[in-house]
Design a protein around this ligand. Structure first.
Ligand code: PRP
Ligand code: URA
Length: 210
């Protein structure tokens, strides 16, 4: 069974408060989403495997560590997930980036997939699926479906978001029990498909489309 974890680091919580504010404008919203994504990347990468390596310093040999294990792919769910990509690449610059395009029907909130483009070796990578919002869970479930269909084991997938609704966490865990879910916050509930209190429509706030 995968984990669900709320990332309580004070900087993450402080920055999340900034973007929840309805008066936070597009430019600041975009900047702060990326900053939170960097902090989340730091937190969710803490179990990356290391191996011993000797390195020659100017003064001698250090018995040191470097990363080993799977290479990383960051997979944003379009559109809003794009807002988190640069923040993660700040810390993991060699990661490849795949894209999964998904929109929710405005009335039923059912997700519709419209685009999938992934690195060829996606089944061998450690994957961070990123999307600011986990609401009903429909988009996240369908994005993970798209990866599993291409041979990715659930245990290679971490879902990273900013705000989750209890309903979405439960739905995602039910369908894909072996992925880890990380969020900067677990909010109260859903109302008409929106997370309450949440932060509104993440895509519109990131791209200034409202
Ligand atoms: C938003 C958000 C998630 C989805 C979450 O995207 O970015 O992808 O809703 O809702 P769910 O958990 O109920 O599926 P939206 O469909 O509004 O598209 P956008 O990113 O293009 O704005
Ligand atoms: N998508 C968003 O962008 N916000 C919500 O509250 C729910 C889904």
């Amino acid at each position: 069974m995968g984990n669900f974890e709320v990332m309580n680091h004070p900087l993450i919580q402080h920055k999340l408060t900034i973007i929840r504010n309805k008066d936070c404008g597009t430019r600041e919203f975009r900047e702060v989403v990326n900053e939170i994504a960097t902090l989340l990347a730091f937190e969710v990468s803490r179990d990356m495997p290391l191996e011993d390596i000797d390195v020659q310093t100017p003064e001698g040999v250090a018995h040191a560590k470097h990363l080993t294990g799977k290479k990383v792919a960051v997979v944003p769910i379009l559109r809003a997930g794009i807002g988190m990509v640069d923040g993660i690449l700040n810390l993991i610059p060699a990661a490849k980036v795949g894209h999964i395009g998904m929109y929710r029907d405005e009335k039923t909130f059912e997700p519709h997939e419209y685009f999938v483009k992934l690195p060829n070796d996606i089944d061998k990578r450690q994957i961070f699926v990123v999307d600011p919002m986990l609401a009903t869970g429909g988009s996240a479930i369908m994005a993970v479906d798209a990866l599993v269909k291409r041979g990715v084991p659930e245990s290679n997938i971490k879902f990273v978001c900013l705000v989750a609704a209890p309903e979405g966490v439960k739905a995602l865990q039910k369908v894909h029990p072996n992925i880890d879910i990380y969020s900067a916050a677990l909010d109260d509930h859903l109302e008409n498909g929106y997370i309450v209190p949440g932060l509104g429509d993440a895509g519109d706030r990131l791209f200034g489309t409202k």
